[in-house]
Design a protein around this ligand. Structure first.
Ligand SMILES: [Zn+2]
Length: 371
């Protein structure tokens, strides 16, 4: 009866080992051989070979042909993630643009579509209809490449409940909008919805050279942040962390859409940056200093619309950090532009789908067989 005494199911052992082998190949600096995977995982060579064969058959891994035999010994063939198997569809609805991208299992962006259009005056169903059109173009492009989309993820600038309901996206004028149902119906894919700054932070976390702990700040019409601690996104007690746009920088300042006064968003949103970059940088520096003093984050990444403005904003922000962060003299806070630039949110959305496949290859193989 006791769960601890029941035998481990063979299928769950296989699922675990498939994921272990796939992750080992994914995390290798160069193409590992089957023998190297066996050594790294502690699984026998026979077990690794059987799992690798399944992963190759399921288009999750490719194996480079061995070099021609020269002298004694057989050179090992190298394994790598397959670029022509499952892919993720990343979608984004933001205040002044819509975007879609297709990212393959290796993390390469295969297709990218962006439409510039102000969404503020449109009802949610019109924005959704437009992003569904972009999704259809991306799906066609993926199919033409022989890729199979494993799912879609939508990034929105708002608070998203665990099931994907957008509770509120103030700059879009959205309240309790269900984007999952229409997107699932239109694409035929499993769909998730998440906050754009959270997805962008996760995308940035997986970019080359990313630090394990940082604050990602996304500057669009609104401002959001993703808090990454020790390689994990910190979502907060109720899933709504990162609303740095509504941190107060001037208590008696400009009225904000949220009902308060002097929110960061009123001084450092994209339109404010264009109007007065010095004031925007100072306001950002004030808000970021508060975050650093509280959470001791040594790295701040500026993304979204801030990425192309980075050099204009940098000096003003750093001046406030030096002035206001208690530990600035002990260890300066490093500030950098997002490696993924303005595409971080849609890339992060597509990556979320890919990560699902990488973490559960057995689930993907079962789905692929069922199709
Ligand atoms: Zn506000």
């Amino acid at each position: 009866m006791s769960a601890s005494r029941s035998p481990v199911r063979q299928s769950s052992v296989r699922a675990h080992n498939l994921a272990l082998v796939l992750q080992t190949v994914a995390n290798s600096a160069d193409r590992p051989s089957r023998a190297a995977v066996s050594a790294a995982t502690g699984l026998t060579r026979a077990t690794v070979s059987a799992l690798v064969d399944d992963l190759i058959a399921g288009t999750l891994l490719t194996e480079l042909d061995p070099a021609p035999r020269t002298g004694a010994g057989r050179p090992a063939a190298g394994l790598a993630l397959a670029p022509d198997g499952p892919a993720g569809l990343g979608l984004e609805i933001n205040v002044d643009y819509l975007a879609a991208c297709v990212v393959d299992l290796t993390g390469a962006v295969r297709h990218r579509f962006v439409t510039r259009a102000d969404q503020r005056l449109l009802p949610p169903c019109d924005s959704l209809a437009e992003v569904i059109r972009l999704a259809a173009r991306a799906q066609q492009a993926a199919t033409a490449d022989g890729l199979v989309l494993a799912g879609a993820a939508l990034a929105v600038p708002g608070l998203v409940a665990p099931g994907g309901l957008v509770r509120v996206a103030p700059n879009l004028g959205w309240q309790d909008v269900d984007a999952v149902t229409p997107l699932t119906a239109a694409t035929g894919l499993p769909v998730t919805v998440d906050n754009e700054a959270n997805l962008a932070a996760l995308g940035e976390l997986r970019a080359d050279g990313a630090e394990p702990t940082f604050l990602y700040v996304s500057g669009e019409i609104g401002i959001g942040a993703g808090i990454v601690l020790d390689g994990e996104l910190y979502r907060g007690g109720r899933g709504w962390s990162g609303e740095i746009g509504h941190v107060t920088v001037y208590p008696d300042g400009r009225p904000c859409r949220c009902g308060a006064n002097g929110c960061l968003e009123q001084y450092a949103g994209q339109e404010a940056v264009a109007a007065d970059p010095d004031l925007a940088a100072a306001a950002l520096g004030i808000a970021l200093s508060a975050v650093v003093n509280l959470l001791d984050l040594g790295v701040i990444v500026l993304g979204g619309g801030y990425a192309p403005e980075f050099e204009r904003l940098r000096g003003g922000i750093e001046a406030e950090l030096r002035r206001r962060v208690l530990t600035a003299d002990l260890a300066p806070v490093s500030l950098r532009a997002a490696a993924l630039g303005a595409d971080a949110a849609m890339r992060g959305a597509a990556d979320a789908v890919i990560r699902g496949v990488r973490e559960d290859p057995a689930g993907w193989l079962a789905t692929a067989q069922a199709v």
